[in-house]
Design a protein. Structure first.
Length: 193
């Protein structure tokens, strides 16, 4: 009987928080500038033979769930996947992050910040071999509420580090550093209460 009373009391306490939780779905265009400090030469060079930076373009899709907190911000989780192409190479980023968002000025502007970890899968232009490695980074952005269930993602900027396909990860042992990836995205977010 005590356990049942505890569960009922817990449900009553958590219900207001759960009622104010929010889920968002997004599918937006993304551009990434991928850079390495040492040029890679050979068949497995992800950015191209002797190239140290290149632009990639694609789509960023994801789903987040924010929990209401007793503070002026929300905390939640974000699961995202980006598929990008450039110079006939492929990059797929699958990332999971903790999302912190809020309305600091109690208006329609909602900034957010997300530290992320996950896996990046890359394929060099002249090969069919895929390399999956650990990826980490930080995303931040600014959403603007346009309607009850739609936000305009004014901008999202991200920085991640990933060891892409290279002469070191696939072929002969060469010292190729991890790539620095700078991301920029914009678009719409569809929210569900």
């Amino acid at each position: 009987m005590k356990l049942r009373s505890f569960i009922v009391a817990l449900a009553v306490a958590v219900a207001p928080i759960a009622l104010h939780a929010q889920t968002g779905l997004y599918l937006n265009p993304i551009a990434q500038r991928i850079s390495i400090s040492t040029a890679d030469h050979g068949t497995f060079a992800f950015l191209g033979d002797g190239v140290t930076s290149r632009m990639f373009y694609g789509v960023n899709m994801g789903l987040y769930h924010d929990f209401k907190t007793p503070y002026s911000f929300k905390a939640g989780l974000d699961v995202r996947d980006s598929v990008l192409h450039g110079n006939d190479a492929l990059l797929n980023n699958f990332l999971i992050g903790v999302r912190i968002s809020g309305k600091p000025f109690n208006n329609n502007w909602k900034p957010y910040l997300e530290p992320v970890i996950g896996a990046g899968t890359s394929r060099a232009p002249r090969t069919t071999l895929h390399v999956s490695k650990f990826e980490y980074g930080l995303y931040g952005g600014l959403d603007y509420t346009t309607q009850h269930h739609i936000d305009f993602r004014v901008v999202e900027i991200g920085y991640t580090g990933l060891r892409t396909a290279s002469s070191q990860t696939i072929g002969v042992s060469a010292s190729i550093p991890a790539a620095s990836i700078l991301s920029v995205s914009t678009g719409f977010v569809f929210r569900f209460p």
